[in-house]
Design a protein around this ligand. Structure first.
Ligand code: C2E
Ligand code: CA
Ligand code: CA
Ligand code: CA
Length: 279
């Protein structure tokens, strides 16, 4: 039992206490992780509609936790946002991925583009554009090699800030992808107001592509809209041949999913890129 500020008592259960201390552990762990180099990026290749050419890679953050093993973004990004650490993490992600892309370019095995995910809070930070352009400068990588993935919610929250930042980034050749397209609060009007290059169809729509011909009208509409706006359309979470064939027939440009490859550590994806080039 804990004495609260109003002079009354509230029950502070053992269960809450353990959740609270786990939370604190994780927060301290996150701070340590940045200095102890416990973060890593895994890269998931994106393929063209024939499944032959690697047309991009998406950078996905991982935390190699000393006790808990490999953690996925869902386990720690919400907390990093809450405690104000996300900016530092994003900066690290940008520097690491830009450096890696430059290494692939130098080795002659780079895919056309590297996609980097931004958090909802990143666009609000006034230092973001500088962090990205300085990383490009530092590693001598052209902005054309980078695509930033952002969600619709993030744009709609503050359309003026989003327009300002994204337009500035586009001036450096960086392209923008709308992530999880179709799942957010979508006003659609932003689509022609912003320099958008790619629509990423959310996995939930791709999962609806099943042998029974139902529930495909939404994804059909998304693809048709992408074509009419002359955007590049990338489907995520492609797991079956049926999904791949259906998406290819609809002239979806890029595909990403376990059918082609899981996200891979740097060394493994480098081998995959080498093999793809020599094919
Ligand atoms: P997302 O951007 O929608 O990324 C796609 C997620 O789907 C990834 O999960 C990926 O591993 C998973 N995936 C890929 N192909 C398949 C498939 O065929 N089937 C299934 N079931 N899943 C597939 P992951 O790596 O756990 O990332 C989760 C989310 O965390 C991402 O969703 C993204 O929003 C966020 N995230 C990842 N890396 C970063 C980062 O560096 N910064 C920020 N701010 N967010 C990140
Ligand atoms: Ca993404
Ligand atoms: Ca996505
Ligand atoms: Ca998604």
């Amino acid at each position: 039992v804990k004495n609260d500020t109003r002079g009354g008592y509230s029950f502070y259960t053992a269960r809450m206490e353990s959740t609270f201390s786990q939370h604190l552990d994780l927060e301290m762990g996150l701070r340590r992780a940045l200095t102890n180099h416990e973060f890593a990026i895994h890269y998931q290749p994106q393929f063209d509609a024939q499944g032959q050419t690697v047309c991009g890679v998406e950078a996905l953050l991982r935390w190699q936790h000393p006790e808990r093993g490999l953690l996925y973004p869902g386990d720690f990004i919400p907390l990093a946002e809450e405690v104000g650490l996300i900016g530092h993490m994003t900066e690290w992600v940008i520097d690491t991925t830009v450096r890696q892309m430059k290494a692939w370019v130098d080795a002659g095995i780079a895919p056309p583009r590297m996609a980097i995910n931004l958090s909802a809070l990143d666009l609000k930070r006034s230092s973001l554009v500088g962090e990205i352009t300085q990383a490009l400068e530092r590693h001598q990588l052209p902005g054309e090699r980078i695509e930033l993935e952002i969600t619709e919610n993030l744009i709609v929250q503050d359309i003026n800030i989003a327009t300002q930042r994204l337009t500035e980034l586009a001036r450096h050749g960086i392209s923008i992808a709308i992530d999880d397209f179709g799942t957010g609060y979508s006003s659609l009007s932003y689509l022609h107001q912003l320099p958008i290059h790619t629509l990423k169809i959310d996995r939930s729509f791709v999962q609806d592509i099943v042998p029974e011909r139902t529930g495909r009208s939404v994804i059909d509409a998304i693809i048709a809209m992408g074509h009419s706006l002359e955007l590049t359309i990338v489907a995520e979470g492609v797991e079956t041949e049926l999904q791949k064939d259906w998406l290819a027939q609809k002239r979806c440009h890029g595909m990403q999913g376990y059918l082609f490859s899981r996200p891979l550590p740097t060394e493994a994806v480098t081998h995959l890129l080498e093999a793809a080039i020599s094919r």
